[in-house]
Ligand binder design. Sequence first.
Ligand code: PMP
Length: 401
Amino acid sequence: MSIFSQVQEAAPIEVFNLVKLFNEDNNPSKVNLSVGAYRTEEGKPYYIPVVKKAEELVLQDTVNHEYLPILGFEPFTKAASQLLLGDIIKRQEEGTIFGVQSISGSGALRVGGEFLVKHLNCTTFYYSTPTWENHHLVFMNSGFKEAKTYRYWDEEKRSIDCNGLYEDLLNAPEHSVIILHGCAHNPTGLDLTEEQWKKVAEIMKERELIPFFDNAYQGFASGDVEKDAWSVRYFLDQGFEFLCSQSFSKNVGLYNERAGNLTFVLNSVDKIKAVKSQVTMIVRGMYSNPPNHGARIVSTILNNDELKKEWLDTLKIMTNRIKNMRKVLRENLEELGTIGKWNHVTNQTGMFSYTGLSASHVDYIQEKYHIYMLRSGRINICGLNMNNIKYVAEAITDALK
Ligand code: PMP
């Protein structure tokens, strides 16, 4: 008899399970379109040159491995919040906007979620259908009682179901937390227009809903970090109080370094100290102190004009490659006469395309062609390159026949 005898096995995590199956697959034509990570034209992970440079500077400057403060390395959190919200120096000085270093985007959501439950007595959160598959687990583990969804993807039109979205927000109980993808919505690749964001803000204000922005792809939608921050900056301008998670996994390529930031926007100076002290308690009880390396790399880049420019240029190169792959995939599908319309592939932004393929199409393609994608039909466009794109288009064509 073991003390572990009652433990039931959890379902595998789809995306990491696919990576494992892909790695074990010996077929030379195999293609991995599953995990959300950038790939070069050669199909390789990308160690961004400016990151390497910054890393060398970090190592030169490192004299010890003492603990960071519980709320993180301030040059990093300040620069990260500025990258997100623009010219906020005055607000940072008065303390009504501050960042908390986090275990990447996931950790920011988790700490923010727990804060909202414990200190704002929030019980219900909303996420889009579909959304990043981890939102549910992270927010439930934060202590929320109820997960609800708002409509987002219109399967038939392969575009956003705006009216459904507005209606669901209008019906949300006051004080619900609404998870909003700041840009490059995962998995659909479809973002609201400025007008639609304005409408969402109007409803949220009227219904007293609490925005929790999730910004995991700043720069990955348009190639321009300023443009991609429009939604969250609009909410700031409208006087909302909110939380926003940031991840540097994708846009700086620091996936395993877990560099993230959780920005708090408050409208009154009275509660700054109380809020900070309670976030401190949450972090203290969860993992005590954040890690150093990734945050130093990001801070080195963001606080140095030359390195920052190089990083911004690299982001443009990466997003241009993605845009080009969208175009070529669509062209290939149209040339092959693949059943259906394919304009959504080029209308979508960010890393992902929600192709509209069903789970049975995905299974068929995986089995016959050794191409790996999520069963929702989401593909990581970065996994495409000139060597495999025609093969992928042919596989899709065949599956839809
Ligand atoms: N939010 C969204 C929407 C994401 O897609 C991801 C990464 N897949 C994250 C948050 C968090 O990623 P990380 O913890 O690596 O920063």
